[in-house]
Ligand binder design. Sequence first.
Ligand code: NI
Ligand code: MN
Length: 230
Amino acid sequence: MKIRYYGQSAVQLSHRNMSLIIDPFLTGNPLTQVKPRNIHVQYILVTHGHFDHIGDTLKLAKQNRATVIAEYELAEYLTRQGVNTFSMNIGGPAQFPFGSVELTQALHSSSIIQAKPFKITYTGSPVGFLIRMAGRTIYHAGDTGLFLDMKGVIGARNRIDVAFLPIGGVYTMNPPQAVQAAKWVRPKLTIPIHYNTFPVIRQNPNRFVASLRKNGLRGVVLNPDQSMQI
Ligand code: NI
Ligand code: MN
């Protein structure tokens, strides 16, 4: 399977002729050079309603006739914007042509904020994703603080190949908290996300990976627009 990172929380997973993208924030994302018109996917997974996660979801869904997989309230909101959705909630997995998706808890908030006139639309619970595809299990934590069920529920019940964990701090876990998360989730490989997109979430991802190594865990930094095979 090929994984490609676009900065912030945007991650694309591809295998043979199937491709999906998680939290496709490209327009307005200072870390990526990739334009939405160059993204070809059948599915779009969105962790929560914040602008740096919904990103180009509507444009990509329309351009690709893709299906958006999201938590119930967020999916209802997106349906009314004219795109195909598959709504889920935290619990058991749903099956798709590429594999399965399970929504996990994320300790965060979820809303869509309109500036003028000011309006906040709440969009249900924020989530992470457990994705099974091409014989691999991928955990994308979404935006979240540290929570103990990373150990007892997510880590203990799954053999995770790759975990994408936010390290930016302020809105999510910071690097020491994300090291704790990796110790609980115990993935074969940890990839840091949600940092350096904005000044307030500036972090050194190489120091984070070094700190993982000191704890006997493997991590890798993917630069924006870089991809790797797993
Ligand atoms: Ni957020
Ligand atoms: Mn965010």
